[in-house]
Design a protein. Structure first.
Ligand code: ZN
Length: 281
């Protein structure tokens, strides 16, 4: 998970923009009348999110003047499609540096995920803080996941910056072709509930499946150059170069797949002495 900064968009501005896009005067008025409520919802959500306390949100069937059915319709038919809300969506999506999904750190963040699922917490369907840019795969894997405990909450890129400690690791399997295996290995000094939460996050998003593909492709791209490094600088020179790549990646993103993959290559005696020289199918 890559921490990102949330956009400064007022919940009320989303309602206001949607109300200007809707032809039906009754629904448009309902959106305007809901504005005082949206301000309170935004403040309350932010307070709870800062404590990673998303569990206390209560499912509702009605939000002020608007029913869940009306809210869902407004999100799908107006918020996502209207020219008046285009800038809001673009501002949220561009919170993710270089357009990379903050969850997997690999695919392009082309979708918006409701951190608390829209099907259950429909009153939060238009709340900017509840909309996280992410890739289609991560969005699909999380789906309408509803945590029942602190540990089951997936990491939130806006609020869980204190989870930006090294926990993503990889190892190399001595196979042909070479396979990278990714694991969530948080430091044991961490509180148990935080360790379990990281492990749950890793499994929920099937990160091993996604990241091993990216790591294998990266090795394919750099293999010729790495083999030449071994020829000119020896096994120790190759190891040093791989550690430098891991260090450089860690400076950029501590839990990136690149940090883990280069470290795995540098740490593997089998890779340095044999794997790098084997012909890949
Ligand atoms: Zn993703």
């Amino acid at each position: 998970m890559r921490p990102i900064n949330k956009a400064s968009i007022a919940h009320s501005d989303v309602y206001s923009a949607c109300s200007k896009s809707i032809r039906d005067q009754t629904t448009s008025r309902k959106l305007i009348n809901n504005i005082p409520l949206t301000e309170k919802t935004q403040v309350d959500y932010d307070k709870l999110a800062k404590k990673s306390n998303f569990l206390t949100h209560v499912k509702t069937n009605q939000y002020g003047n608007l029913s869940n059915v009306e809210l869902t319709k407004i999100y799908r038919n107006t918020f996502i499609k209207s020219a008046k809300t285009k800038d809001i969506i673009s501002t949220i999506k561009t919170r993710s540096p270089h357009g990379i999904c903050p969850i997997c750190g690999a695919n392009a963040a082309k979708t918006l995920d409701h951190y608390l699922p829209e099907s259950i917490y429909t009153h939060l369907i238009l709340l900017p803080e509840n909309l996280i840019p992410c890739c289609g795969d991560c969005n699909k894997y999380k789906s309408s996941h509803t945590p029942k405990s602190y540990e089951q909450q997936t990491l939130n890129p806006y609020y869980d910056h204190h989870y930006n400690i090294r926990w993503l690791h990889a190892s190399i399997l001595p196979t042909k072709p070479i396979v990278f295996s990714f694991k969530a290995l948080p430091p044991l000094s961490l509180e148990e509930k935080r360790i379990i939460r990281i492990e749950h996050h890793f499994k929920k998003f099937k990160l091993d499946d996604t990241l091993s593909i990216f790591a294998s492709n990266e090795l394919g791209t750099r293999k010729y150059e790495l083999k030449n490094t071994k020829i000119t600088s020896g096994a120790d020179g190759l190891r040093k170069s791989l550690y430098e790549s891991a260090e450089s990646a860690a400076h950029h993103q501590i839990n990136s797949w690149q940090t883990a993959a280069y470290e795995a290559m540098a740490m593997s005696d089998w890779f340095i002495h044999h794997g790098i020289d084997q012909e890949e199918p």
